[in-house]
Design a protein around this ligand. Structure first.
Ligand code: ZN
Length: 490
């Protein structure tokens, strides 16, 4: 593909030459017209002379025919472009291998859409196919086969991931006091919004859900990083989850994505689509943990994290790099063949650490701490029971701790952090932290969220309805953030 502009001309000349030769050949044999018509069309079919080239559109049509599949083709795909050695790319036993061979040279790929449908897409660095995920795991299984070799790999990944995330050389948190709004008291817990200065002029915004009754070092702490579900941390299911955690005796915190919700007071929404989103979001989690663990009622031996989708990416990453976290529950994001499509999940090259890693291995770095992987049947976690979970069990086996890793799989459900998934996390917390769940269960002994209050979104704002309480030293715009990081030597 070095001379794309030249190729049609080259092929055009060859085609003309073929026609001339064909005419000449017919003349020289002096055969009858009938004979000429019946003779094999020697020069009408592709040969090595023409590099067996065929237009891409024709090749894709033939793949549909031969494999009985349907290919969704993007509008901007040039189907007239010629594909060299087209049919030699076919693998009669595998439509996926055939399509890979056809699409890779032109920087396109395929995405399985279900039944016999494939979508053709521009290459994405974040997404592969399930068989690739299995191959990745087969490869990882050659890298370690006991606790010692696994821990060597983990140390390497931790070091390189922290560095890749830009978290290596950051200064300590400014010593400004967290901005806390008045408490709003409900049945067994209160909610308070927090604005925490994580770097000079950079504020993390969130809400803390806190049990009403507590003693010194009695409360587990749980980070709830956000995903990209609509309404962010204000959404009903996230409020219910945090309130339930608090009603079980935990201090729970949910916090905004970078350049979403109240962080829009500081940064343009487009800033979320930068690698800086990955750095700041994860720093938000680390600095909130610093703060929460400084509370006298916090129990540093019981520190958890859970989030869905993009929040699941952050859950796995923070668990991997921070030993303070003792229990992890990534939801609908643990897989061996997708690393998250947003820069806040994969914008920094954390998955290039250790010569290449992926989210099932990032999750495995939790071992032997309790790990609950929640998956469903309609997204990239559909294969967790077959692909990622056996691998996780193998790693936990290095510690004789297979009972610490679980997979809650919901084959008929989709990509969300809905009721059944929340219930699975409540059970896991109860089991490992021996929480008092009497206030959050109904007469049948089932978890029951009806005692939780879903607040009006306006109550969850840290800086007031119009952002009027945003501190005067707040940075504005991502360029100021880049300048700040430059000053840190990054
Ligand atoms: Zn994002």
């Amino acid at each position: 593909m070095l001379f794309p502009a030249f190729r049609p001309v080259r092929l055009g000349v060859l085609a003309a030459l073929c026609v001339c030769l064909a005419a000449s050949a017919r003349a020289q044999t002096a055969a009858s017209a009938l004979e000429a018509e019946e003779a094999p069309a020697r020069f009408d079919r592709p040969t090595s002379d023409t590099r067996f080239a065929r237009p891409l559109g024709e090749v894709l049509d033939e793949i549909e025919r031969r494999f009985d599949v349907r290919l969704q083709r993007p509008k901007d795909l040039d189907q007239t472009q010629l594909l060299d050695y087209a049919e030699y790319r076919f693998r009669p036993w595998s439509v996926e291998e055939t399509l890979k061979n056809v699409l890779a040279p032109i920087d396109y790929k395929l995405v399985f859409k279900g039944r016999n449908i494939y979508e053709i897409r521009k290459f994405e660095y974040t997404r592969r196919l399930a068989p690739d995920g299995q191959q990745f795991i087969d490869y990882l299984n050659t890298l370690y086969d006991d606790r010692e070799s696994f821990e060597a790999r983990r140390a390497l990944l931790r070091r390189e991931m922290r560095h890749a995330a830009g978290l290596d050389s950051l200064p300590a948190r400014p010593d400004s006091k967290p901005y806390l709004t008045p408490k709003r008291t409900y049945d067994g817990y209160y909610v308070q919004n927090i604005g925490l200065e994580i770097l000079p002029g950079v504020y993390c915004t969130g809400s803390i859900y806190h049990p009403l009754k507590y003693r010194k070092a009695s409360c587990p702490v749980i980070l709830n990083p956000n995903g990209h579900f609509g309404d962010g941390r204000y959404r009903r299911d996230e409020q219910l989850r945090c309130a339930m955690q608090a009603r079980m005796g935990c201090i729970a915190v949910s916090y905004d994505l970078f350049a979403w919700d109240e962080q829009l007071l500081q940064f343009e929404p487009t800033s979320h689509r930068t690698a800086m989103a990955h750095t700041i979001q994860n720093l938000n989690g680390l600095r909130l943990l610093d703060y929460l663990l400084s509370l006298k009622e916090a129990d540093p031996t019981r520190v958890g994290i859970t989030g869905g989708s993009g929040g699941g990416s952050s859950t796995m990453f923070l668990t991997a790099i921070d030993e303070r976290i003792t229990l992890s529950m990534p939801v609908v994001m643990t897989t061996s063949y997708f690393i998250g499509g947003c820069p806040c999940e994969s914008g920094n090259p954390i998955h290039l650490a250790g010569g290449g890693t992926m989210n099932a291995e990032v999750a495995a770095l939790c071992a032997p701490r309790p790990l609950l992987v929640v998956s469903d049947g309609k997204d990239w976690t559909r294969d967790v029971p077959q692909i990622s979970y056996p691998y996780l069990q193998r790693v936990y086996g290095f510690y004789n701790a297979q009972d610490k890793v679980e997979n809650a799989h919901f084959p008929t459900e989709g990509h969300d952090y809905g009721w059944s998934k929340r219930e699975a996390t409540y059970r896991f917390l109860e089991k490992h932290w021996h929480l008092d769940t009497s206030k959050v269960k109904n007469a049948e002994g089932r978890f029951d969220e009806s005692g939780c209050t879903v607040e009006d979104y306006s109550l969850l704002k840290v800086w007031g309805p119009q952002g009027e309480n945003l501190p005067a030293n707040a940075l504005h715009g991502i360029d100021e953030l880049y300048k700040l990081f430059k000053a840190f030597g990054q």
